[in-house]
Write a protein that binds this ligand. Structure first.
Ligand code: ZN
Length: 303
């Protein structure tokens, strides 16, 4: 006898080819490369994958998608990372000149004004006063750089403990500049990048532990991204899908520090099953392109 889940899988498979054709048309029209993956969070089964021109094993900067992960690290040692109770984002995070190296200027998009060097936030004039919750939904770079700067070694130690169990990778990295280390917290370090699988694993962990105190704080912010944040305009025609939470992001591409890659990670429910959708647009100009694909994919699921 066929059970519901089995029927559902069949529906998914039937639509896969059709959906892949549609994504391919989008790629041709927009002259861009796209990666799409839909994974069941309970079974870990990947139900749909589109990767025509994308190397899936390559490690990439994940940009703002790193922020919820960094937030969890900060929450482990609140007394250290939240020493300053309030964070005020001016739009430009002042970098320590003494620790900057010549190669940092070649690698990263550092702004120089008068005698100071800065790393910019997503909003030119800054977010103003910002808390952890808003730092995720509004994607504030300043918040993360300021917090991590309190103790970057401790950041790596905790990060390894929560997400990279048993792999002490950073202590052996003598050739990293201070900025290579610091930019890890906003997913922009050229020295530590992640594969799609690693990224999906991090977010699966956030979802599975979402009822535990610290994870709950972070997960709530991901829910707000759907309600009031960068995914609030993701209105679907497909009534079978219920959007739970998500995160958008852009990161600098490998080709040029001035080019972006767009990311979308969305948790959704369909027929009582929970899935994670990952959309990656290589060389995308903005998160809008990621949202366009997500909308398109979700609207065509299980039609
Ligand atoms: Zn900011």
């Amino acid at each position: 006898m066929l059970n519901k889940t089995f029927l559902f899988l069949i529906c998914f498979t039937i639509n896969s080819n059709q959906l892949a054709d549609k994504i391919q048309n989008w790629e041709i029209k927009n002259q861009n490369k796209v990666y799409v993956q839909i994974q069941n969070l309970k079974t870990n089964k990947i139900h749909f994958i589109y990767k025509n021109h994308i190397d899936i094993n390559k490690k990439r900067n994940i940009g703002s998608l790193m922020k919820p992960i960094s937030a969890l690290v900060f929450l482990e040692e609140e007394e250290i990372f939240f020493k300053s109770k309030k964070t005020y984002c001016s739009g430009k995070y002042k970098l320590n000149e003494e620790k900057l190296q010549e190669k940092d200027f070649e690698t990263y998009n550092i702004q120089k004004e008068k005698f100071h060097s800065y790393y910019k936030c997503s909003i030119h004039n800054g977010h103003g006063e910002i808390n952890l919750n808003q730092s995720i939904s509004k994607s504030c770079n300043f918040f993360y750089l300021e917090k991590a700067n309190q103790n970057m070694d401790l950041f790596f130690e905790i990060f390894e403990k929560i997400f990279y169990t048993g792999k002490i990778f950073y202590k052996t990295q003598n050739n990293w500049t201070e900025l290579d280390k610091l930019l890890v917290v906003i997913g922009e370090s050229k020295k530590l990048k992640f594969s799609f699988k690693e990224l999906v694993d991090f977010y699966t962990k956030i979802y599975l532990f979402k009822n535990e105190q610290k994870f709950k704080i972070v997960y709530k912010s991901l829910e707000e991204v759907i309600k009031f944040g960068s995914l609030k305009n993701l209105k679907l025609k497909n009534e079978k899908i219920y959007l739970l939470s998500g995160k958008t992001g852009t990161s600098s591409s490998d080709i040029s520090k001035h080019k972006n890659q767009a990311w979308n990670l969305i948790f959704f429910k369909i027929q009582n099953e929970t899935f994670l959708l990952l959309v990656f647009v290589d060389n995308g100009t903005s998160t809008k392109e990621g949202i366009e694909i997500s909308k398109f994919v979700l609207n065509h699921l299980n039609e």
